[in-house]
Design a protein around this ligand. Structure first.
Ligand code: ZN
Length: 100
């Protein structure tokens, strides 16, 4: 009835130190430059976004990169399709009952 999105898991995707520690660390490491590559060349525009290279809940520094607003928006809008495909690709192969 009340409380709206208090129970939503939107924020649960990010660790508690995301804004205080992880995000600034990634931006600093990447020197606040967009790490996206366009036609083989680094975008290198000023970055203020941090993007998950792999899974959304993989917050290791090496799995994060700085992106500019444009590149992040482009990547996010594409992610719906990518996720659908990734789900299919990662389905475990069925085991052959005769090979145990
Ligand atoms: Zn960019």
């Amino acid at each position: 009835m009340s409380g709206g999105w208090v129970g939503s898991n939107r924020r649960a995707e990010l660790p508690p130190d995301w804004y205080t520690a992880i995000r600034p660390a990634v931006l600093q490491r990447d020197e606040y430059r967009c790490r996206n590559r366009i036609d083989g060349r680094a975008c290198a525009r000023p970055a203020n976004q941090v993007d998950h290279i792999g899974a959304k809940d993989d917050h290791r520094l090496e799995m994060l990169q700085a992106l500019c607003v444009d590149c992040h928006a482009k990547k996010s809008s594409r992610q719906g399709n990518d996720a659908r495909w990734a789900e299919r690709m990662t389905r475990p192969p069925e085991r052959h009952p005769g090979l145990i």
